[in-house]
Design a protein around this ligand. Structure first.
Ligand SMILES: [Zn+2]
Length: 381
């Protein structure tokens, strides 16, 4: 982090106030335009929440453009390219995301049990989807529960109970028999799995690169599609009508040619398919945006991509042609609302926000250099 707090105390290390025996922690004041409406305000942080009622005393926390805590709607805490990592590495991943301003993470599948992150005040808020559920020998080794169609719904019920309201399916992956991307499960198994997840109060999302799996999932009422490079206009219209979300992970999509190259020798049809999906990716994602499909920003960090990349994902979404307010909203207020958190920094909202030294809606590149990161009312970066 380039900037340190220059004045005032950092309440992060302050003792908890108990029964009035410890002196009251000073309120922190942040001054500047508060997005998304951009109205200039004095925003105070008292006891971890936002207030606009001026407290008796306060010290300055900083000035600048104030943005509701950023959201990485697709990342993986506790995972690297080889599978589960230890808790220390998971902590480093979460801290890296936090220091980049990502204060709410939707974990899209982890081989490690990271429920302990919930108990850490200094780590981002985490919404876990449990462990990926894939077809036997049809996903990255050591990542997923690898199951057969008749086991799918039972695993979905289990992960729905273990996670935080989401279940992650691997919708499609390379089939060695077909030499190309193919759905992981038959349509009826997917439909039953989605029904079971909903019965357990969990939403369902799925990794989908190709075309064939998408109608099976979307027609069965899946809640979100990850990547979505195989979407057709018909399916995009259905998603828009149903409100099915899309997390395209556009930085990850840039890697498709490298996946094609890696598969070329053994699976030339797959390689060709991945290159075609790559060539049409911008057109497909923008067709979804233009049709009104709700799009959210996800970095896909934790597998092969590094953590802390939320700014890069927003910039790439904007480069596709998504206007700045929607590209940033996809990683802040709109995504927070979608995931059940306060969209705006209203009176009484949790004090999770990021301060920038210029207006991100005029220059999204400022997202790379947060001036202050405030999580649960504490200045953490
Ligand atoms: Zn992922």
């Amino acid at each position: 982090m380039a900037h340190r707090l220059e004045t005032g105390s950092v309440p992060f290390d302050a003792p908890l106030r108990q029964g009035g025996s410890v002196p009251r922690m000073a309120a922190l004041r942040f001054r500047g335009p508060v997005l998304p409406d951009g109205e200039p305000r004095d925003l105070y942080v008292v006891d971890g929440v936002v207030t606009y009622d001026k407290p008796a005393g306060s010290e300055s926390g900083g000035e600048g453009w104030i943005v509701p805590g950023l959201v990485d709607a697709h990342c993986h805490i506790g995972l690297d390219e080889n599978g589960a990592v230890d808790d220390e590495t998971s902590e480093e991943q979460a801290v890296t995301d936090r220091d980049a301003g990502a204060l709410l993470l939707r974990d899209c599948g982890s081989a490690a049990d990271t429920a302990w992150v919930h108990d850490r005040e200094d780590l981002p808020r985490l919404i876990r989807a449990g462990r990926h559920i894939a077809r036997t020998k049809r996903y990255i080794r050591n990542y997923a529960h690898e199951v057969e169609p008749d086991e799918l719904s039972a695993y979905v019920a289990q992960e729905a109970q273990r996670g935080d309201g989401w279940v992650k399916l691997v919708g499609d992956w390379i089939s060695r028999d077909e030499g190309d991307l193919a759905p992981s499960f038959p349509a009826d198994a997917f439909a039953d799995a989605i029904r079971v997840a909903h019965e357990h109060g969990a939403r369902v999302t799925a990794h989908c690169f190709g075309e064939t799996v998408l109608p099976m999932l979307i027609d069965a009422g899946i809640d979100c599609i990850e990547h979505g490079t195989g979407l057709s206009m018909d399916l995009i219209d259905t998603m828009a009508a149903q409100g099915t979300a899309l997390v395209p992970t556009v930085v990850q999509l840039n890697r498709f040619p490298s996946y094609a190259d890696a598969g070329e020798a053994r699976f030339p049809a797959y390689a060709d398919h991945m290159r075609r999906l790559h060539a049409s990716r911008r057109e497909v994602i923008m067709a979804a945006y233009d049709a009104g499909v709700p799009i959210y920003a996800g970095t896909d960090a934790g597998g092969v991509l590094p953590h802390g990349g939320i700014a890069g994902e927003v910039l790439e979404l904007a480069d596709y042609g998504i206007p700045p307010e929607d590209a940033l909203g996809a990683a802040s207020w709109r995504a927070r609302d979608w995931l059940g958190w306060n969209a705006a920094l209203d009176e009484g909202a949790p004090a999770d926000f990021v301060v920038f030294d210029r207006n991100p809606l005029e220059d999204l590149s400022v997202l790379r250099t947060p001036l202050r990161v405030v999580l649960r009312g504490n200045v953490v970066a």
